[in-house]
Design a protein around this ligand. Structure first.
Ligand code: G6P
Ligand code: MN
Length: 406
């Protein structure tokens, strides 16, 4: 099978390469920047034959699987998203709040164009979307690719794994639901019994894993569910303000692409500093995106029914959003694709956030000035229409790709 990675010069591509198995007989790395392709190509050892190209159509022809992992505007764009948000006293995170809206506005048209090319040149290919903001971008691509695009994230998998380890169980059914970076674990079922209440009651077990420490026992017990780590930006907005991750990574990654620091040293530093302000990490393994992607690929290629938490159209799953909205829920995957499994209804506070943030995503997808203004102003983490207007004007001035919004 021919696997194409869009954003093939991206820093985490070697992790995906290391996770590949015998299904993949041909790997094509596509990137708009040949220098980044070269730098990554040099890190790869063994595995299937690799070709690199900057020609999208050439990359896509004959593809069986496409992993889309692009970053429109690069880390320099991320640093601007963050800097402008901070100057306005709002959150600059790349997927949440004003920073996420700016990134979504820049990325949606590019994702749309790529999806059109895939539909034209590789209509039978499965597209696995890693590109953030992943829920929004998957929904943009689904307009052209339908169920052939599936969005992934490592954070629900990480949360479920850590909760299971804290409970000392090897296998469980996880009742998790929401949007990407906006989900809640509502149950951990083993042999028909829900073990989550016992975990929430156990101070020591909660102190033993990341989300337990991040949110604290009292707040978790009050909620009665375990939020995805990204809910930290909603529940502790003030404390999370001012994180300069984009600017930090821009400099840190530059040293690798300039050939001054090796890949593994750079990777370890990147992992060690991820959400470091908020928590101690349990390990430096990274989130495991590559394992989610490969498990998904194998379930489809081998027609082996597998349960994974994925970003897919909602259908009848969550009542907080309509059927075509892309949501992040447990799915059953096989050769026919991914189908959402039933989940518990979300509590009102969670459903309310899901409805609001999905409405913002949809405004971002429209791509007009008035829709973009509404997106900034109506996001739960932006507290003033005047601030929203200034954010929009500043982003339109700072990002050439957003000039049409000024
Ligand atoms: C996690 C999230 C991804 C995000 C990444 C950011 O893995 O699930 O969506 O892209 O963190 O890591 P970074 O090192 O770029 O801050
Ligand atoms: Mn993610």
């Amino acid at each position: 099978m021919r696997l194409v990675i869009l954003g093939g010069g991206g820093f985490r591509v070697p992790l995906v390469h290391n996770a590949l198995d015998e299904h993949i007989t041909e790997l094509v790395l596509h990137d708009v920047d040949p220098r980044r392709l070269d730098a990554i190509r040099r890190v790869l050892r063994g595995g299937p034959p690799v070709t690199t190209t900057t020609d999208l159509d050439e990359a896509l022809r004959g593809a069986d699987f496409v992993f889309s992992a692009i970053r429109v505007g690069g880390l320099a764009g991320r640093a601007i998203d963050e800097e402008v948000a901070h100057a306005h006293g709002v959150l600059g995170q790349e997927t949440v709040g004003a920073g996420g809206i700016a990134y979504g506005l820049r990325t949606a048209p590019v994702a749309d164009a790529i999806a059109r090319r895939v539909a034209e040149l590789a209509p039978r290919a499965w597209v696995v979307n890693f590109t953030n903001p992943a829920g929004l971008v998957t929904e943009v691509m689904a307009r052209h690719l339908g169920e052939r695009v599936i969005g992934i994230c490592d954070s629900p998998l990480g949360l479920c794994r850590r909760a299971a380890r804290a409970l000392h169980v090897a296998d469980a059914a996880f009742d998790y639901a929401g949007l990407n970076h906006l989900g809640w674990l509502q149950g951990v079922h083993v042999d028909g019994e829900d073990l989550l209440p016992a975990l929430l009651a156990d101070d020591e077990a909660l102190a033993g894993f990341e989300e337990g420490r991040l949110f604290g026992a009292e707040w978790l017990r009050a909620l009665g569910v375990i939020p995805n780590e990204y809910l930290h930006y909603y529940y502790s907005t003030r404390e999370a303000m001012g994180d300069n991750r984009g600017a930090f990574l821009l400099a840190q990654q530059q040293r690798f692409y300039d050939g001054d620091v090796d890949w593994e040293t750079t990777r370890l530093e990147r992992e060690a500093t991820y959400m470091a302000q908020e928590r101690e990490r349990d390990s430096l393994d990274g989130g495991g995106y590559e394992h989610v992607a490969m498990a998904l690929m194998r379930a489809i290629a081998d027609d082996r029914p597998t349960r994974l938490i994925l970003n897919v159209p909602n259908g009848p799953t969550l009542s907080a959003v309509d059927e075509s909205a892309v949501v992040e829920v447990p799915c059953e995957v096989d050769a026919a694709g991914a189908r959402p499994l039933p989940v518990s209804p979300l509590p009102d506070h969670a459903a309310g956030l899901v409805t609001s943030v999905k409405a913002v995503d949809r405004l971002v997808m429209e791509g007009t000035r008035s829709a973009a203004l509404k997106a900034f102003a109506l996001h739960p983490l932006v507290d003033s229409v005047a601030t929203a207007r200034s954010l929009l004007d500043t982003y339109a001035r700072r990002h050439p790709e957003l000039a049409h919004l000024s």
